[in-house]
Write a protein that binds this ligand. Sequence first.
Ligand code: NAD
Length: 290
Amino acid sequence: MNIGFIGLGNMGGPMAANLARAGHVVTGFDMADVSVQGVTMAASAAEAATDQEVVITMLPNGRILRAVAAEIVPAMRQGAVFLDCSTVDVESARAVADQAVDASLLPLDAPVSGGVGGAQGGTLTFMVGGSEAAFGKAKDLFDVMGQKAVHCGPSGNGQAAKICNNMILGATMIVTCEAFALADKLGLDRQAMFDVVSTSSGYSWSMNAYCPAPGIGPQSPADNGYQPGFAADLMLKDLRLSQQAAEVADADTPMGEAALALYERFVEQEDGAGRDFSAMLPRFEKRGRG
Ligand code: NAD
């Protein structure tokens, strides 16, 4: 396929490289001066989007997505798929999709889970909102860039799935870290704690697959000085999106709100910026109730 790819950062770069490696003809654009193996760089986003069967965006936020969409939608050929893989607010995703439909394009919002490792290894999970027709046209590309694509319903539903998942993840990571710190103070051995919880009703991905305690459970960023991994800053971004969505939808999400407040403090006032989101454990270790 002829593909335009806009936003070739930590995630977009390896995703575009995988598409080129699989034999697709990829034309890329990024505001920064980057190069990606197998990708021909264009001089602008509009140029990268012109005459492509599919245009993929992988951008930092909804504001930038809206600005890029305003530039590329008029340049895209009718019937082309506009596949946005960024994590953005549901409202921006739906506004951009409406604009694309008005221009006879096939929009999909398809945020990902799996991080930079998943992007490099082609093992991402895509949560996809948009029409069946658009989903069908993009399916081969999801297979190259990822291992699973779930069609979640109409436009915006991919973003809705992503922020609900990450709200659960943020809250479970915090409570897993709290519980380790409490167990320490109660004199409970961390290995025993892991062995019990990982096979009992408190188990979760945060405990079982990404244990925040160094030297316990499978390899995780805790074993690497809490280098991300999944940075606390990105978790903060996603929790802001879930609270923003909850406000618009009038949903009561007190645990999401508490998780947002903690990650906000951790990243903006403590030492969380640039650290893995599981570095909440050393944060709790240091503290008492006061
Ligand atoms: P990044 O900052 O590495 O990449 C974003 C790229 O977009 C940069 O190269 C930047 O120069 C480019 N860009 C910004 N404005 C632009 C514009 N107007 N035109 C063209 N290019 C522009 O970020 P990332 O880690 O690759 O994340 C991208 C998206 O994926 C985000 O929405 C993020 O939330 C989501 N995400 C990231 C991860 C992760 O672990 N990094 C995991 C899941 C989802």
